[in-house]
Design a protein around this ligand. Sequence first.
Ligand SMILES: *Cc1c(COP(=O)(O)O)cnc(C)c1O
Length: 396
Amino acid sequence: MSETWNKRTKLVHGGTRRSQYNEVSEAIFLTQGFVYDTAEAAEARFIETGPDEFIYARYGNPTVDMFEKRIAMLEGAEDAFATASGMAAVNGALSSLLNAGDHIVSAKALFGSCLYILENILAKNGVEVTLVDGTDLEAWRVAVRPETKAVFFESMSNPTLEVIDVAAVAEIAHAVGATVVVDNVFSTPVFSNAIAQGADIVIYSATKHIDGQGRALGGVILGTKELIRGTVEPYMKHTGGSISPFNAWVMLKGLETITLRVGAQSESALQIATALSGHAALERTIYPGLKDHAQNDLIQTQLDGNGGTVLSLDIKGGKDAAFKFLNALTIPVISNNLGDAKSIATHPATTTHQRLSDEMKEDLGITPGLVRFSVGLEDAEDLIADLKQALDVSQA
Ligand SMILES: *Cc1c(COP(=O)(O)O)cnc(C)c1O
């Protein structure tokens, strides 16, 4: 029955399991272990684990299981494995899939830590890495080859909000038998259906919109039962990247309200982007929901929700002006999370993307004046007024 539920119903009831007390709100099973009635039962549990049986929280836990079932239902994935952070999910998916001698093609516009996994960890383990401009389909076609085991990209890139055509890249990758791994954080599990568009594995940093209130780290890897239980789970459970039951509970409760939160945030994002577009202090207002975004056509088919909850502002006057702008904001906070109830402004060039070379920054459009703005749940009019006064200060 739950299969036919619509999203909002799945997000409130999906995956719920109740203890003998029949609690209404999902319980936090803050336990790392489980008691066996007899030595024989312990032996049997280690041979084969049934759906309601657990061994150790690194392998699985009832609260974690509820979160995995609920996010899998939302994504339309057969299965899910919850991880300690988004990075544990990226590393778990890629390191479990790839062996020495394999080849991976990845978009180069990536979160700094994702780039570290490709260029340091995978490369060190004998995986050959090719980076391409993810928006250029011809570049993907040229880069894939028979030994390409996986392709990897962020469906919407951080912080310049380039959109990658999931279905088109999946077709190119599948033609050589490669597994398609999509980091879907910026698209959110509400606005995007990457699995339906051809992704084999979808990754979220649950730290972002799934928590949505900036409290806990978490992540999740979604895909077919075979990929999740056959490939990902053995790697994750033996290397220790599992989520804590408490954090899984925060994420589980976050899912109940995620459609309402990201819906309101993306409404405000469009309103703010529209209000600021063409402002004299700005070189560019980047928001995928604006008609002048280079991939606005693709957004219409690939993504619901205007264009997501994040916009980027390229402020005239470089770093000095960007810093004046940030310091003049009175409502948004200066930090580096996103998807939070609180609006957050980030200067990527000096924080999240500081590690990149100047050439790479320029190549990716991470200019000294660029500010990433994650739209929160505050009143949009208040935010617009605050952003405008700070833009004025930036040029003074
Ligand atoms: C934040 C983020 C990650 C990493 O997630 P953590 O939960 O911080 O480990 C990975 N990819 C993208 C696109 C992100 O925004």
